[in-house]
Design a binder for this molecule. Structure first.
Ligand SMILES: [Zn+2]
Ligand SMILES: [Zn+2]
Length: 748
């Protein structure tokens, strides 16, 4: 066999100019050690740089390539799957290849010291150990006990554990070792990220499926042998999605394959985590950013060594180095946290799909409010839809009341609380119960809203709210750049009460305190919850009922179960509904559904009050009626007419600079350059919109302008866009940054 004498590598440097493979030669002393996926060191210019082998060649493609200096690990740090995956990911999500490679590497193990424990191993088979134990019982009782324990354990045990169980001392152990019956070894100890105190018997309840779940399971089972391998379980909270995930995981592990189990946020799913630990003891790994570096490294190594059957984790766990994956579970598939906001701006669902196709595994997604993208695919039969409509335990959904804030305004109530909400607050407090007041999102941009009729001023072509700008005063569309003057009178009802609308949690807190001065109020948003301890403190305060009112942003809408909460007030549903984003309606529906789910988690019935100036909007009506299908129908109609995803694709290109003029000018010239090579409006396939100021116009002292490329099958132009942007950034100064986001979830 001829050896490959050349290797192409990706340098471990983030730079558009260096974003391509460089060829090096393999010196004879490294022959056979340089493999696909190896981490090596190479000379580059006058430096020594880490690099990753992405291809091996028999011939040189450059003249006199320089030599690889050394190979860094005993085995290739990237398996071939990850060389391919990282390339695909970098093309699809417009990142540099090295950024995608970094996602697949072991978590930084630098400076992590391996801890060792003393392990005792038997050197004889089980039966001989028991014989020997019986013989020693009278004259050396402790030694006999040690042998008995090891025989029953059928494996090595840590000395600390043996000592504790037998009461034996070091001498007993030493004499057994001297007799050649046992040996002692230092074994690297894993830092287990949880307390191993669970009694593992008794908690392992058999999965008991209802009739509906049983039918669903029969359907999913077909996926293990059939063609259709992608499923969406659409079912309300409590309908048994988790039971199906667990059943499928057990089946796959029984077949000798592995499971990747993804959730949006580990902290919010303690019950699932516990079930997995019970069902897959010792063969289960948790990959999560909140683990210490040492813990993460250990867990990753266990997966890589093949000691693990199931990996549980959030977004980044999708890159876990499992082999032979039989099942990928993606719970709450609609959640935004599955999308990464920094480069590479990948969506976990796309990566999960890629890996499922690579391994031929079943992909099981689930949600009570599925994303429009995935739901559309069930209609196109790319994904099989499984519906669960029964709610286990028969618990009722809370009753939801929508309060029309226009009427409050016209009746001269200028408080941020409507009369019904205020009455409900008084009743709740007088019964000694708790409430959550929820502000969909902290207001950062404002829009014009008529207090009398609820009219919001929108862009005539994009159907997103126009954003208010102060100097000079005007309204602007953040998609196409359309501008118009401020309105003095409502175009609908002619009222002069058409004003900017925006509201923060601090304002809500102030108003609650002035109405109920005796009541303990806490606020939880990104201002007050910067560090984790503060977060836990607030959480405990509310859990222990030392406060009656919790005010917060969407953080409190997710997964917080406080049985004492019987009232949830949504103070201003309009803030999310009129975000300058085409997904505003979807976001509103999801947030309202989640927030409503917080009420009445305990024995008492819950009550939800939604305040809004636009009570007729389908997102609000559908959320109040707990009716996802109604919402879906309306939203599909709107997206189809306006050609928004999932009926099209969007590539968002953002230019930023500390100088506003530079940001705008660079967006302008990048647009010209793109327009030269891309098919645009004229060809009817796609259009390039902008530049327009981003809704979040200034972030960290940088001004931002957006270009939006909208159309079908845009990925076929990805190389053109990539080249244009990469070349553009090479020519412009360092103070201009350009980012490219394929199918962004936020257009802010
Ligand atoms: Zn009006
Ligand atoms: Zn527009």
């Amino acid at each position: 066999m001829t050896e490959e004498l050349y290797a192409r590598v990706i340098l471990d440097m983030v730079s558009n100019a260096l974003d391509r493979p460089f060829q090096y030669s393999v010196p004879s002393h490294l022959c056979g050690r340089v493999k696909l996926g190896s981490r090596v060191q190479v000379p580059f210019r006058s430096q020594k740089i880490t690099a990753y082998v992405v291809a091996l060649d028999r011939e040189a493609v450059v003249e006199n390539p320089r030599e690889i200096l050394n190979v860094q690990d005993p085995y290739p740090v990237l398996r071939p799957e990850f060389v391919k995956l990282s390339y695909w990911l970098s093309r699809r999500f417009f990142s540099r290849w090295i950024e995608a490679i970094r996602l697949c590497l072991p978590p930084a193990g630098d400076g992590v010291k391996t801890r060792y424990v003393q392990y005792v191993w038997p050197l004889l088979p089980e039966s001989s150990l028991l014989e020997e134990s019986a013989r020693l019982k009278t004259k050396a009782f402790r030694q006999a006990l040690i042998l008995e324990h090891l025989a029953l354990a059928k494996e090595g045990l840590p000395w600390t554990e043996l000592k504790e169980k037998t009461g034996a001392g070091r001498q007993s152990l030493t004499s057994l070792i001297n007799k050649g019956l046992l040996k002692m070894e230092m074994v690297p100890c894993e830092r287990l990220p949880w307390e191993e105190t669970l009694e593992q018997t008794g908690l392992h309840r058999e999965l008991c499926l209802t009739g509906e779940q049983e039918t669903a399971w029969e359907e999913i089972k077909k996926g293990f042998s059939g063609e259709q391998k992608q499923f969406l379980i659409y079912g309300i909270t409590g309908s048994g999605k988790t039971e199906l995930y667990l059943r499928a995981a057990e089946e796959v592990v029984k077949q000798g394959r592995t499971v990747l189990f993804l959730v949006p946020e580990i902290a919010l799913t303690p019950q699932v985590l516990e079930q997995l630990r019970i069902r897959f003891p010792g063969r289960f790994a948790l990959l999560h950013s909140s683990l210490s570096p040492g813990e993460r490294y250990d867990q990753w190594l266990r997966v890589r060594r093949g000691e693990v059957r199931l990996v549980f984790g959030a977004r980044s766990a999708v890159f876990a180095p499992l082999r032979n994956i039989g099942l990928i579970v993606m719970d709450e598939e609609h959640e935004n946290t599955y999308k990464q906001y920094d480069s590479p701006r990948y969506h976990t669902r796309d990566v999960a799909r890629w890996r499922a196709a690579y391994h031929g595994s079943v992909l099981l997604m689930g949600s009570a409010t599925p994303s429009l993208e995935t739901f559309l695919e069930t209609k196109e039969e790319k994904v099989k839809l499984i519906r669960l409509s029964e709610r286990a335990g028969g618990r009722l959904l809370p009753s939801v009341e929508v309060v029309d804030m226009r009427r409050e305004f016209n009746d001269k109530n200028r408080s941020i609380f409507s009369r019904p909400l205020r009455r409900a607050m008084e009743e709740t407090l007088s019964r000694g119960e708790q409430m959550m007041l929820f502000l969909n999102r902290r207001g950062f941009s404002s829009f014009q809203l008529c207090r009398q009729c609820g009219q919001v001023i929108k862009c005539p072509s994009c159907d997103v709210s126009l954003t208010y700008h102060s100097s000079p005063e005007h309204l602007q569309c953040h998609y196409c750049g359309y501008k118009r003057v401020i309105l003095e009178f409502c175009p609908n009802c002619n009222s002069r009460y058409i004003r900017n609308f925006g509201l923060g949690t601090q304002r809500v807190e102030k108003e609650v305190k002035s109405i109920f001065p005796e009541i303990e109020v806490i606020r939880m948003d990104s201002d007050t919850t910067i560090d984790r301890r503060a977060y836990t403190r607030i959480w405990n305060t509310f859990k222990e009922k030392r406060a009656s009112v919790l005010i917060g942003t969407q953080m409190i809408a997710k997964g917080f179960d406080f049985p004492g909460v019987t009232l949830v007030g949504i103070v201003a549903a309009d803030i999310t509904l009129h975000l300058p984003d085409f997904r505003a309606g979807e976001r509103t529906f999801q947030l309202l559904s989640q927030a409503a789910g917080r009420a009445g988690r305990g024995a008492r019935e819950g009550r939800v009050i939604i305040q809004t100036f636009t009570p007729w909007h389908y997102s609000i009506k559908a959320a109040a009626a707990h009716n996802y299908m109604n919402f879906l129908q309306e939203e599909f109609k709107r997206r189809k007419i306006l050609l928004y995803p999932p009926f099209s694709e969007i590539i968002l290109i953002s230019c930023s600079s500390p100088l506003e003029t530079k940001a705008r000018d660079s967006a302008e010239s990048l647009k010209k350059r793109l327009a030269e090579s891309l098919p645009s409006s004229g060809q009817g396939e796609a259009e390039l919109l902008g530049p327009s100021p981003a809704p979040l116009f200034k972030i960290k002292e940088r001004f931002r302008y957006h270009l939006i490329y909208k159309g079908f099958n845009l990925l076929k132009y990805s190389e053109i866009i990539r080249d244009a942007v990469w070349n553009f950034t090479k020519e412009t100064g360092e103070d201009i940054r350009v980012t490219v986001d394929f199918n962004p979830l936020m257009m802010l």
